[in-house]
Design a protein around this ligand. Structure first.
Ligand SMILES: CC(C)(COP(=O)(O)OP(=O)(O)OC[C@H]1O[C@@H](n2cnc3c(N)ncnc32)[C@H](O)[C@@H]1OP(=O)(O)O)[C@@H](O)C(=O)NCCC(=O)NCCS
Length: 114
């Protein structure tokens, strides 16, 4: 969501353990990733990221819809999404999915009822 040091990024990636991961490949590599973290029996959190050069081509929407469908298929009730206030693309996707938007400074959170 913002600038982050390489060593912090590597440590975070190496200790991250999403319950479900979906990716979209293009030009021989993964360019977009969605991670679903199941928090408890009814609730999950989505992390979604598309490489800068590949944004604006529908990858984020496709992954987001797939992630929500997976959460529904697993019987979850609610999905949370954390994002920066400046990110209009994820804001749009959350609102379209029926999510609310709560802001705290530059951070936003959306809760989507499935
Ligand atoms: C959020 C993110 C994944 C979107 O990926 P993307 O591949 O660019 O998304 P899409 O191309 O599917 O666009 C989704 C919608 O947002 C719209 N959109 C994109 N940028 C926009 C902007 N600046 N203002 C308004 N709408 C915008 C698109 O037009 C599209 O709507 P449409 O299908 O009706 O045209 C990407 O911006 C990203 O990786 N951001 C950094 C990580 C992050 O903040 N993730 C969210 C928190 S988990």
């Amino acid at each position: 969501m913002g600038k982050i040091k390489e060593d912090v990024l590597a440590k975070t990636a190496n200790t991250s353990s999403p319950d479900v991961t979906f990716g979209i490949e293009s030009d021989g590599a993964y360019r977009g990733i969605l991670e679903l973290y199941i928090i408890d029996a009814g609730r999950a959190e989505i992390g979604l990221s598309v490489e800068d050069a590949y944004q604006g081509r529908g990858m984020g929407r496709a992954l987001f819809n797939r992630g929500l469908a997976e959460a529904r298929a697993r019987g979850l009730d609610t999905v949370d999404v954390h994002f920066l206030r400046s990110n209009q693309a994820i804001r749009k996707l959350c609102l379209e999915a029926g999510g609310d938007i709560r802001a705290n400074g530059s951070d936003c959170m959306s809760t989507i009822k499935l």
